[in-house]
Design a protein around this ligand. Structure first.
Ligand code: AMP
Ligand code: TRP
Length: 350
């Protein structure tokens, strides 16, 4: 754009492009794998343009020890690659290396409304009774997330169920920006929340999401867990005394049973109905060993490959640098147009 004025633009078609991110605020879990990573790989393999990001700037909205953050970022990158992300076909990088995210994030802080942000359930959950004392970044977090996506004009965002509200907010920000400036500049993104495991629950409490920040390590399967740890955690997973039902509807009001069946279905690539049909009437004493066998078969190769990659952090850093350069080349021109639309003088850059 060379005019230096923000002419009203006609609506344009956006080409399919996928963006998603994971916070390097700890090790990744089976929930991240089934709800996000595994789906990221499927999208890459469908031949869509895919951009995946370790969102280190999001991670510091809650305190992160610097050495641990660095480690978790590299380990996250290793998990992506071990799970099947090819850094040549997808763009894989960490957020802080592409300044356009933070720059657009600021502009979106000025588009998003306080009221919208106050309704975010993830903020309310994370802040709890402590809302006066959490960081301002934690409150503004969804505006930065919208920037992550929209700075690439991404059209589709694969995520787990817990991110649905943030993606609705991303749509609201895009619509308000377009309306305020009289442009059709940002696409209205589509959340991709699909599959049997869009919300993997804690192994200790079927009403809580499996999370890397849960104080109990028994509540989750980490992608770094070895076969013994996986077996032990699944064997001890909370269940109810009933056998598995005859139909998927029979899992209603049985959150722990439903969770284990969902995990089995997602890992095996079957539908929940198929798994229930296969194990109808089985006791957990016989279902759990089958789940252990399946989980170990699917996760062990990933863990082994992660460990191999982590032995050479320099190589991981090179991959992230290369991804960041390619991401920057996509994001910069879009951000420059945003500055132009909003009336910022950018004579230094032209
Ligand atoms: P986070 O670890 O919060 O950065 O989440 C990264 C991605 O993993 C997001 O798409 C989440 O929706 C997804 N995710 C995290 N935990 C779970 C879970 N327990 N079940 C399904 N998806 C999850
Ligand atoms: N908010 C996401 C989470 O906590 C992580 C994230 C940040 C993200 N930016 C994103 C996910 C952009 C999808 C797209 O899980």
């Amino acid at each position: 754009m060379s005019s230096g004025t923000s002419a009203v633009q006609t609506p344009k078609a956006f080409k399919p492009r996928i963006f998603s991110g994971i916070q390097p605020s700890g090790g990744l879990t089976l929930g991240n794998y089934l709800g996000a990573l595994k789906r990221f790989v499927e999208k890459q393999d469908e031949g869509i343009e895919t951009i995946y990001c370790l969102v280190d700037m999001h991670a510091i909205t809650t305190w992160q020890d610097p050495a641990k953050l660095r480690h978790a970022t590299r380990e996250g990158a290793a998990a992506f690659i071990a799970a099947g992300i090819d850094p040549k076909r997808s763009i894989l990088f960490n957020q802080s290396q592409v300044g356009a995210h933070a720059e657009l994030g600021w502009i979106f802080n000025c588009v998003a409304r306080m009221g919208w942000m106050s309704r975010m359930t993830q903020f309310k959950d994370k802040a709890g009774k402590n809302s006066e004392n959490v960081s301002l970044g934690l409150f503004a977090y969804p505006a930065l997330m919208a920037a992550d996506i929209l700075v690439y004009h991404a059209t589709m965002v694969p995520v787990g169920e817990d991110q649905k509200q943030h993606l609705e907010l991303t749509r609201d920000i895009a619509i308000k920006f377009n309306n305020d400036y009289g442009v059709s500049f940002f696409p209205v993104v589509e959340p991709l929340i699909e599959g049997a495991a869009t919300r993997v629950m804690s192994l200790r409490d079927g009403s809580k999401k499996m999370s890397k920040s849960d104080p109990s390590d028994q509540s989750r399967i980490n992608l770094t867990d070895d076969a013994d740890a996986i077996a032990q955690k699944i064997r001890k997973a909370k269940t109810d005394p009933e056998p598995l039902p005859e139909t998927a509807e029979g899992l209603k009001d049985r959150p722990e049973a439903k969770n284990l069946v969902n995990i089995y279905a997602a890992l095996s690539g079957q539908s929940v109905a198929e798994v229930v049909a296969e194990y109808a009437g089985a006791q957990f004493g016989s279902f759990k060993p089958k789940l252990v066998e399946l989980a170990v078969a699917k996760l062990s190769p990933i863990t082994t490959e992660m460990n191999r990659l982590m032995a050479d952090p320099g190589e991981i850093d090179r991959i992230l640098a290369d991804g960041a350069e390619r991401a920057d080349a996509l994001a910069r021109p879009i951000l420059e147009q945003v500055y132009d639309i909003t009336g910022m003088i950018r004579s230094r850059w032209r």
